[in-house]
Design a protein around this ligand. Structure first.
Ligand SMILES: Cc1cc2nc3c(=O)[nH]c(=O)nc-3n(C[C@H](O)[C@H](O)[C@H](O)COP(=O)(O)OP(=O)(O)OC[C@H]3O[C@@H](n4cnc5c(N)ncnc54)[C@H](O)[C@@H]3O)c2cc1C
Length: 410
């Protein structure tokens, strides 16, 4: 009999490492494989949302993040296409309270979550690349082929978790199209030192620069005076308008609104790009012997580009459902529908609203109007702040009355 794992988790990014950590903590026999050797980098904006912080708390990793190379983030700055700017706090700043989010470079962050999986007892193979799935006569996924130390081996497991990111081999083998231009973004990221002009308390910044719309430009403050600077845009628009993101990023950095802040800044390393499969795609996340988590399941927020928290939340839910399946000895697709339902219940509304906000972001005058009103009215800024915390509040963006009220808000 070949060796049989309870679960084979493909990819040890935040999604896969979270899945493996929770499974191993529950005493399950889990193998976590990654084609890279940790610590490894991942192109990202490095912003860790409140959702990410919640899972980190459940993993017991918040103190490690805090004392690591992270800064706490208490809010967000938006600027509109014609220069209006507003700062929206995520609640009231209080150093005695848990911070709403962090910014931390992915190299140390991913290593932290990866080590949590290892410490919990997951077996880990690095420099081990999954090349395809194994199936039995009925078509059920029963494991994967893994290339390691120059040799290819079959690994068998009761369930295979695809957590192998935006270019997922598992999702491809299952027949899913990762790059659907309507539900996929291209993004570029560069690290800088010496960028000035940040607000206090680690506010991240999203800027809608007129010439760069429908994309957005970000400047996120980092520990030790660093900054993560980048640009993202829907692939459909990149293709339709034949946009080159690198010159557009340079254009934004050189823009009169930001130029002074970069006067004494130097870029550290290369400008790097990566894909963002968005949650608006809506695709199955489970089937016969398999589950998908994080980017492999196309779970990135379509407006903010946030995907770390969604990867970790889906990983936690996947571990929960695998545990239930092992207890019930039921690995049928109908059993795992519960996993899809849980992810959808948690993220479905966010995806719908964020898709809508992504579409609204194309309307320069509307963006400008909302940001301009918020910059002039404390009531409006407070209402938008509440929208970050509460999905029901966010739904107001869909209501034309909201914009009418904005016009008259004090
Ligand atoms: C430019 C950009 C900016 C972003 N900014 C933010 C942000 O600020 N905040 C945020 O929350 N999200 C952001 N995101 C999204 C975020 O980076 C992803 O959603 C997140 O990394 C998803 O985690 P994951 O574990 O699903 O996949 P990944 O982090 O991509 O991990 C996948 C892992 O699988 C491994 N792997 C791949 N193929 C194989 C294989 N065949 N065999 C074995 N291993 C394999 C890889 O080596 C990797 O370690 C951004 C994305 C981009 C591109």
């Amino acid at each position: 009999m070949p060796e049989m794992y309870d679960a084979l988790v493909v990819g040890a990014g935040p999604g896969g490492a979270t899945t493996a950590a929770f499974l191993a903590r529950a005493g399950r026999r889990v193998l976590l494989v990654d084609k890279e050797t940790f610590p490894r980098d991942k192109v990202c904006g490095d912003a860790l949302s409140g959702k990410t912080a919640d899972v980190l708390r459940r993993l017991g990793l918040v103190d490690a993040v805090r004392s690591g190379a992270a800064i706490s983030s208490w809010g967000i700055v938006f600027s509109g296409p014609y220069g209006a700017q507003v700062s929206i706090p995520f609640g009231t700043y209080d150093p005695a309270k848990d911070e709403p989010g962090f910014v931390m470079a992915r190299l140390p962050f991913d290593d932290l979550v990866f080590n949590a999986a290892k410490d919990a007892g997951a077996e880990v193979w690095e420099d081990a690349q999954v090349t395809g799935l194994l199936r039995d006569d009925t078509g059920r996924v029963t494991g994967a082929t893994v290339k390691r130390n120059g040799e290819t081996a079959d690994v068998h497991a009761k369930i295979v978790v695809g957590a192998d990111g935006a270019y997922s081999v598992v999702a491809k083998d299952l027949g899913f199209e990762q790059l659907d231009e309507r539900h996929y973004c291209g993004g570029l990221r560069a690290y800088y030192e010496g960028v000035t002009g940040f607000e206090d308390h680690g506010f991240i910044e999203l800027h809608f620069v007129s010439e760069a719309i429908p994309g957005y430009f970000w400047i996120f403050p980092m520990a030790n005076g660093g900054a993560n600077v980048g640009i993202g845009m829907l692939s459909q628009d990149i293709k339709k308008k034949d946009i080159k993101l690198k010159p557009l990023l340079d254009f934004c950095i050189d823009h009169p609104r930001f130029k002074d802040r970069f006067t004494n800044a130097t870029r550290v390393g290369k400008v790097q790009g990566w894909g963002l499969p968005l949650g608006s795609k809506g695709r199955p996340l489970s089937g016969d012997g398999w589950l998908l988590v994080g980017d492999a399941g196309s779970l990135i927020d379509p407006f903010s580009g946030e995907g770390i928290g969604n990867a970790m939340i889906s990983g936690e839910m996947a571990a929960n459902w695998i545990g239930k399946a092992l207890d019930a000895d039921d690995f049928s697709p109908s059993f795992f529908k519960g996993y899809d339902a849980d992810v959808l219940a948690y993220l479905g509304t966010e995806f719908r609203l964020s898709r809508m906000m992504q579409q609204l972001g194309r309307w320069k005058w509307l963006l400008n109007f909302v940001i301009d009103r918020a910059s002039k009215s404390k009531t409006v800024a407070a209402a938008i702040s509440a929208m970050f915390a509460d999905e029901n509040e966010r739904a107001k963006f869909a209501n034309p009355l909201f914009y009418l009220k904005l016009a008259f808000a004090k």
